[in-house]
Design a protein around this ligand. Structure first.
Ligand SMILES: Nc1nc2c(c(=O)[nH]1)N[C@H]1C(S)=C(S)[C@@H](COP(=O)(O)OP(=O)(O)OC[C@H]3O[C@@H](n4cnc5c(=O)[nH]c(N)nc54)[C@H](O)[C@@H]3O)O[C@H]1N2
Ligand SMILES: Nc1nc2c(c(=O)[nH]1)N[C@H]1C(S)=C(S)[C@@H](COP(=O)(O)OP(=O)(O)OC[C@H]3O[C@@H](n4cnc5c(=O)[nH]c(N)nc54)[C@H](O)[C@@H]3O)O[C@H]1N2
Ligand SMILES: [Mo]
Length: 748
């Protein structure tokens, strides 16, 4: 018999970078780094095992109790029945139709938050939103788990949309490298997280930029509960989680009382310092915000605060704030206070000075590129205007019709009867998962498109098997990257999986809106249409992009959009001409005091930044829950993706929990012990990793493990979200409070 084996190698792109893929006999067998990437991520190494994993959903599946009795009970524990595609699509379409006819489209939740992997066309969330818009609309969500709180507070402070500020206006790394003498990094800047960037990152360079800043003599100070939140050459100022605002206030106090504050800047470019000052000095509340006051709250020596404040005033200083700080109760405060502190230093608008956000969160932050947008699937118009803050999903399910506050508005939660999720894993990303599991029993029907039997898929009524990016053709491109990829279809769909597009086209046909959804195009025709429009847009900007046939052949190109003389500085135009280029705030200036926010009357987010401790932190730790849990991003993957493969590695699960030797010794825990991490909300297993590089009293458990089956009183793999607190950051931001959690740890 002839040898029919074929071997081919192609390059594809992903949220964690480009990589080479070897395919043999319709199987992905290996991956290798992409040549031009100076610091490739190792995340792709898990791709071959994950794509062909036994936990793939192979056929459309209906939960038996739902199929037979439309029964809600048993989500998560019931068996599934595999049915042919046509039958599953019929059932789902009939159910969507029933719900919209009997309860209106306001009863359908389609927020569907998540980082599903795709190129430009197959982006699952966009596909779902377009489909639901064609079918009469859905309740949507605002913001992200990443930056939801910042997206609400920062427009009040700088006027600008936070994401635009972040991605389009902040100082680039080249500016920082050229000008910054002191880099003060709240929450660090971690190349581990910068492995990832939404839509793709080809040249990973965050780590090398930090190293180059250090080599040039910049002092880089990592203010964080973990030393590993920044690279080796950085100094570490360890502090208790959620105490940053107190530290920033004490720095501000030193600047003011030692006459180091830039009053000319405050007068010309800000409003409200005079309302803030009585609070800083303690005239309004009897407590001056001195280093002696902040020191014990933060667990930092008061002298270190004095020294840092003087250093910041004497040098070109950039304050950077990790996104993690606003992923906690009162997360608005450190973001606002960092902006006030930078205003007092008077360096906002100077290159390499002022304030910046998330340089370690996303690899694309700080790259200096000429903006070139486009290639987004048009989502149409949503006839339903209900939008909830994304992290309030469980609250919404629990409290139909109940009022909630959000950024100055009071609204009522909709009464959700049907949830459709595609491209996200709420049983990875949401807080207090045991409570979500209960709230999740309320809707009548839950439909999920997923490649894998995740905890979310297992808790659905109808599961459609979705392809992964390796099973379909797409275009890889990110606004924050200067490469463009053809993402070839590398293998046929695994099992009976279909593209999200095909699934929604099938549902649209059954609901009578096929033409509106597909516009008569196949997936390939859509890709071509979006690509050609992008190419036209690029041509108008004077940038040559090859035609699709050429890109298919070449696999990738580097676009000539690198800014070769980068000098981008946040708020430089405002600094140069505050009267003719005012900020889009009510005052036209940086708002240290906000009349708008004060007018909301929120005690959890008053008119100027304040020290508002969260409901759980080391300052109010109890015997029952004496340790502060932080739950950072996993280094070996993106959230819960590729977990199928990683969980198979011997010894890899449960996930490693980092704890300090003192905390371990007190509990008789030694390196490698299996432990139980617990509080009143839940418990999970973890594997103890003992390290002096974490603040005593703090434990760190990365996110990403798949949440276990119901009925077990301990989550087996180590998902921190069984422990985290599900409250909004405040009535203003309503972001997620993932970093607010006290726990205890015991040997198992
Ligand atoms: N405790 C704690 N919790 C957190 C955080 C934290 O710091 N601490 N961080 C939060 C943050 S910032 C985020 S962004 C969230 C992330 O949470 P998510 O974005 O929900 O996590 P992912 O695991 O990326 O989920 C993506 C899902 O989409 C599926 N998928 C992949 N490709 C496709 C596709 O083509 N089609 C379909 N239909 N599905 C696909 C994957 O299998 C996966 O299940 O987690 C949040 N949760
Ligand atoms: N490899 C990998 N990279 C990723 C992701 C991934 O899943 N995997 N996810 C991506 C996504 S969606 C996002 S949103 C970003 C998130 O980016 P970030 O929000 O910057 O990252 P985190 O890992 O959540 O937190 C960073 C560190 O903040 C510290 N920290 C926690 N609480 C506090 C505090 O109160 N004060 C101070 N000073 N420090 C604190 C913790 O020690 C933690 O390690 O990462 C992205 N990058
Ligand atoms: Mo995120």
């Amino acid at each position: 018999m002839a040898d029919r084996s074929t071997r081919k190698t192609k390059i594809t792109s992903s949220h964690w970078g480009a990589f080479e893929v070897d395919v043999e006999d319709d199987r992905i067998v290996a991956t290798r780094p992409f040549g031009p990437d100076p610091a490739p991520s190792r995340i792709p190494e898990s791709v071959p095992a994950a794509v062909h994993h036994r936990s793939r959903v192979s056929r459309p599946s209906i939960r038996r109790q739902w199929l037979e009795h439309r029964d809600r009970a048993g989500r998560g524990s019931d068996p599934f029945v595999e049915v042919p595609w046509d039958e599953a699509l019929d059932l789902a379409a009939q159910e969507i139709d029933r719900v919209r006819k009997s309860h209106g489209n306001e009863a359908i939740y389609g927020g569907s938050y998540g980082w599903g992997s795709a190129g430009r066309f197959h982006h699952a969330q966009s596909q779902l939103h377009r489909f639901l818009n064609c079918a009469g609309g859905y309740v949507a969500s605002f913001g992200s788990y990443s930056t939801g709180c910042a997206q609400a507070i920062m427009p009040h402070v700088f006027g600008t949309d936070f994401l635009a500020l972040l991605y389009e206006h902040q100082d680039g790394w080249s500016t920082i490298h050229a000008h910054t003498e002191t880099l003060v990094m709240f929450g660090g800047i971690n190349p581990k997280n910068a492995q990832v960037s939404m839509g793709g990152i080809t040249e990973h360079d965050t780590g090398s930029w930090l190293d180059r800043c250090l080599a040039k003599g910049a002092r880089c100070i990592n203010i964080s509960p973990q030393r590993s939140d920044a690279t080796a050459g950085c100094e570490w100022l360890a502090l208790r989680p959620s105490s940053d605002t107190a530290l920033m206030l004490a720095l501000a106090y030193v600047l003011y009382t030692e006459d180091l504050a830039d009053h000319a800047f405050l007068d010309r470019y800000t409003v409200g310092f005079e309302q803030f000052l009585p609070y800083l000095l303690g005239q309004s509340d009897g407590q001056p915000k001195t280093p002696d006051w902040a020191g014990p709250l933060c667990g930092v020596a008061p002298q270190a605060i004095h020294d840092l404040a003087r250093r910041m005033a004497a040098t070109r200083t950039l304050i950077t704030v990790a996104w993690s700080l606003q992923r906690a109760e009162h997360g608005e405060q450190p973001y606002w206070m960092a902006s006030v502190l930078a205003s007092m230093l008077g360096q906002i608008g100077l290159p390499g000075g002022g304030v910046g956000f998330g340089y370690g969160a996303i690899g694309g932050v700080g790259k200096s590129l000429i903006g070139l947008r486009g290639m987004t699937l048009p989502q149409g118009v949503n006839p339903v205007d209900k939008v909830i803050p994304v992290a309030r999903v469980a609250d919404m399910l629990r409290n139909p019709g109940q009022p909630y506050d959000f950024n100055g508005r009071r609204e009522a939660y909709p009464d959700i009867r049907l949830i459709y999720w595609a491209g996200g894993n709420p049983y990875h990303h949401h807080q207090d998962l045991n409570a979500l599991h209960d709230a999740w029993q309320r809707p009548e029907t839950i439909i999920v498109n997923e490649p894998f039997w995740t905890a979310t898929a297992k808790r659905a009524d109808i599961v459609f098997p979705a392809t992964t990016p390796y099973e379909r053709e797409d275009i890889g491109r990110s606004n924050l990257d200067d490469y463009l990829f053809h993402m070839p279809q590398l293998i046929p769909p695994v099992g009976d999986a279909r593209d999200d597009y095909a699934i929604f086209a099938g549902l649209a046909a059954r609901l009578g809106v096929e033409d509106a959804f597909t516009e008569g195009r196949t997936a390939t025709e859509w890709t071509t249409t979006l690509y050609d429009a992008y190419r036209d847009l690029a041509a108008q900007a004077g940038i040559a992009v090859p035609d699709l046939e050429t890109l298919r052949r070449e696999n990738w190109v580097r676009l000539p959009i690198r800014d070769n003389a980068p000098n981008q500085t946040l708020l430089a135009p405002f600094r140069a001409a505050p009267d003719t280029s005012p900020l889009p705030t009510p005052s036209g200036r940086i708002e240290i005091f906000s009349e708008t926010i004060a007018g909301f009357g929120y005690d959890d987010c008053p008119g100027h930044p304040m020290w508002l401790p969260p409901s759980e932190w080391l300052g109010n730790a109890t015997n029952a829950a004496p340790l502060h849990l932080v739950s950072p991003q996993p280094g070996d993957k993106l959230h819960s993706q590729l977990e199928a493969a990683l969980a198979d590695v011997p010894g890899a699960r449960p996930v490693a929990l980092i704890l300090h030797p003192d905390d371990a010794a007190r509990r008789g825990i030694v390196q490698g012990d299996l432990v139980r991490v617990f509080n009143a909300r839940g418990a999970c297993r973890a594997r103890a990793t003992i390290s002096t590089e974490i603040y005593p009293g703090v434990v760190a458990l990365p996110t990403g493990a798949w949440y276990g089956d119901p009925g077990s009183n301990i989550d087996p793999q180590g998902n921190p979200n069984v422990l985290t607190l599900d409250v909004g950051t405040s009535r203003l931001g309503q972001g997620c409070s993932a970093h607010t959690a006290l726990v205890d740890v015991a040997r198992l």
